[in-house]
Ligand binder design. Structure first.
Ligand SMILES: [Zn+2]
Length: 190
């Protein structure tokens, strides 16, 4: 999918919001991206996921898809559906990422890691660690959006259907603050 089409979808679904936002990094931004607003439409979820599958399909015989809860669950489930393999997810328990509900990764299984938005890459790295601890083989990461602007790196390949560079400002150098535009803190509760 070309960027133009991707941005048309983001605008159509209201996923790319403009205003004055406080990001979790502490930086200010004129944009906030709410991926869940795109993924609420199965046709768009299916489309983005088919691009991820196309990237990995030739190379790897994937046995299993895994995703960190919550935002990436729909991505992982759709990837698994298209691959016709099992899907499991990790959850935080007292802050630590874990497999619960009896989910298992058998040794030597090839595992694709799903994510909705890559920002700092922290959750993805924790999932990779879980796969490796179980002696599984993490083949790569498939994300819908990469907002890291190349700032994160992993030991395994990363493919994102769309790259969206985040525009950010330091809080003491923010032009939106100078214009007295109210600052909002977006989040999953939004
Ligand atoms: Zn600001």
């Amino acid at each position: 999918m070309d960027r133009k089409e991707a941005f048309r979808i983001f605008e159509e679904t209201g996923a790319l919001q403009t205003g004055h936002y406080l990001l979790s990094s502490g930086l200010h931004s004129p944009q906030y991206f709410q991926c869940a607003l795109v993924l609420q439409y199965p046709k768009f979820l299916e489309k983005f996921c088919s691009e991820i599958i196309e990237f990995y399909y030739e190379e790897e015989d994937i046995d299993l898809v895994i995703a960190p809860a919550i935002g990436a669950i729909t991505v992982g489930q759709e990837l698994a559906r298209q691959l016709d393999v099992r899907f499991i997810f990790t959850e935080r328990e007292n802050g630590k990422m874990k497999l619960r509900r009896g989910f298992r990764i058998e040794p030597h299984k090839k595992v694709l890691i799903a994510e909705d938005v890559i920002t700092t890459g922290g959750s993805v790295q924790e999932v990779i660690d879980i796969v490796e601890e179980a002696r599984g083989y993490p083949v790569g990461i498939g994300a819908v959006i990469d907002r890291s602007d190349g700032a994160v790196s992993f030991d395994i390949p990363l493919f994102a259907a769309v790259q969206v560079k985040a525009v950010t400002y330091e809080s003491d150098r923010c032009p939106l603050c100078l214009q007295n535009i109210p600052l909002t803190k977006p989040g999953s509760r939004q």
